[in-house]
Design a protein around this ligand. Structure first.
Ligand code: NAP
Length: 508
């Protein structure tokens, strides 16, 4: 990082008194954050915010053609993929509206006073409240679903937090247009339009993380960038939570019995999964343990023969992919199994060729630092194991991932494998592929370092809102100051825990 980045954090703590000191960038960031903080979103009702989220979803869908055309120009992703992504983004917004309507996310909990206990228990009522203004760093690889109106923004707004987005430089015009439409939609739904702001440029991102009124950060991007910003968030005079989704290998284990049962089907599934949209997914399977001598490599090469090429999102990501692939191919134990130099559909040379590198599982276990690094793009590493001891040693060396997958035969005992992989990943996939993350109440899209900077949280699914909420307990509070969610008689009809027992909204 440049010295400027470090300096900006200290300066930003004085923005209120000395707005000129940090330059134009800090002035713009300060204006955006103060406008967001002044909106009163934290005091809005759940019903109002649910309506705002639904209005944002409708606004996106209404302008889908225009937005997809812009995204096509800026990202090189296919029209079909982008059209689907707009639908996903609208679905996410509506999903979070449903989550806050339902109300259990508030963890409303009531304990009646009991003087006979030791120590005596006062009247205690606890719930979650919005943390405050949130900074969101948009991702490059999902120009809609993890960008201006993506998961982080949707879950923060749902929680009751205004948002200032740091646009990703890979799709600046799209980001500006989406924020313009979103602000119109918010206004149309009776919301303060400043509930959503946008800043651009690397310096703005640094100033945003350091701004004293920003209370939390959501980030999707590289391990290096995420770590640098996480460190800035932690080094502030008042540190704030930083929810970074960074690099993930998403290991896959193919058991011997599975390979014996369907080697062609599994190889074809892998070919589709690791090359999908140029392999530019945080859930791409980047490391696959295969039993030696089962013909898996041949089956995979056959399947890759029909895979087309994809230009990567930005020149920087293309260059990082080329460098990462060359590094892996150059490792002492590496064998280049496949590099698709030519797109089979066009006959043209490929900028980012689908690439398969193989090594022994022993080599991976012996030098995890060299082998266990994400290479963002259409590349996967096959780690060949001869027996269970070799597989176990390599699995033990794995860092945290968003997902881990097991391909197994029907009826096969995989309990030990599950026990070994469960601490390594936020989602376990059986006889399937990690790409494709459903939006659901039970979803978990998180994992240990370096997959995320906050292993207890998720960025997809209902509990994503939890990142932007903090608990408060009211002790012996007069009824007049209690939020309606904690009032006697449960006037809002939300699920609550009362004296230790879960009570649905309809029961109380
Ligand atoms: P990136 O370089 O980390 O950038 C993401 C965002 O963070 C951008 O807005 C960037 O701002 C900002 N940023 C990065 N480093 C910063 C720093 N030191 N100080 C201040 N701001 C900083 O990620 P990317 O451009 O999306 O892609 C690069 C790599 O990220 C990929 O090759 C891949 O490894 C990884 N990636 C991971 C995921 C995932 O879901 N896990 C998704 C996409 C990408 P500026 O660009 O304006 O500098």
């Amino acid at each position: 990082m440049s010295g400027r980045h470090v300096v900006a954090v200290d300066e930003s703590t004085h923005l209120a008194d000395d707005a000129g000191a940090g330059g134009q960038v800090d002035v713009e960031v300060d204006a955006a954050v103060r406008a967001a903080a002044g909106t009163g979103v934290g005091q809005s009702s759940r019903a109002d915010r649910a309506a705002w989220l639904r209005a944002l979803a409708a606004g996106l869908e209404l302008h889908r053609d225009e937005l997809v055309a812009l995204a096509r120009e800026e990202t090189h992703l296919s029209e079909a993929r982008l059209r689907g992504e707009v639908v996903r983004t609208a679905t996410q917004l509506r999903f979070f509206a449903d989550v806050i309507d339902e109300g259990s996310y508030l963890e409303a909990t009531l304990d009646a006073p009991d003087a006979s206990l030791v120590p005596p228990r006062p009247d205690l009522r606890r719930m979650l409240r919005p943390i405050g203004p949130v900074a969101v760093f948009a991702a490059s690889n999902f120009p809609f679903a993890f960008s201006v109106l993506g998961n982080d923004t949707a879950s923060a707004l749902a929680a009751g937090c205004p948002v200032v987005v740091k646009a990703h430089p890979g799709h600046p015009r799209l980001s500006r247009r989406v924020v313009e439409l979103a602000r119109e939609a918010l206004q149309g739904a009776g919301a303060p339009s400043d509930a959503l702001g946008l800043v651009e440029g690397v310096e703005s991102g640094v100033a945003l993380v350091g701004h004293p009124l920003v209370s939390a950060v959501g980030f999707t991007g590289s391990t290096g960038g995420g770590r640098a910003l996480f460190d800035l968030a932690s080094a502030r005079p008042a540190p704030i939570p930083f929810y970074g989704e960074l690099g993930s290998l998403n290991p896959v284990v193919v058991t011997e019995a599975a390979a014996a049962t369907d080697v062609d089907g599994i190889a074809a599934g892998l070919a589709g999964s690791f090359t999908r949209d140029g392999g530019q997914y945080c859930t791409k399977p980047g490391l696959v343990f295969v039993p030696e001598g089962t013909g898996f490599e041949d089956a995979l090469c056959d399947a890759l023969g029909t895979v087309g090429a994809q230009r990567l999102l930005t020149d920087g990501i293309g260059a990082a992919f080329a460098a990462g692939a060359d590094r892996l191919v150059g490792l002492p134990d590496a064998e280049l199994v496949w590099r698709g130099a030519v797109d089979p559909s066009t006959g043209e040379a490929s900028d980012a060729p689908a690439t398969v590198v193989a090594a022994s599982a022993r080599a991976v276990a012996d030098d995890p630092h060299a082998w266990l690094q994400e290479c963002f793009g259409p590349l996967t590493v096959l780690a060949r194991y001869r027996d269970r001891t070799e597989l176990d040693a390599a699995v033990a060396a794995l860092d945290g991932s968003l997902a881990a997958s097991i391909h197994h035969a029907p009826g096969e005992d995989i309990s030990e494998l599950v026990a070994a992989l469960a601490p390594k990943a936020g989602r376990l996939v059986f006889n399937g592929w990690p790409t494709g993350v459903a939006i659901a109440w039970a979803q978990h899209h998180g994992g240990g370092w370096p997959a995320t900077t906050a292993s207890v949280h998720t960025s997809v699914g209902a509990t994503a809102v939890r990142r932007f909420l903090v608990p408060v307990a009211y002790q012996d509070a007069p009824a007049s100051v209690l939020p309606a969610e904690l009032a006697d008689g449960n006037p809002l009809g939300i699920p609550r825990r009362v004296d230790g027992t879960l009570v649905s909204g309809h029961q109380s």
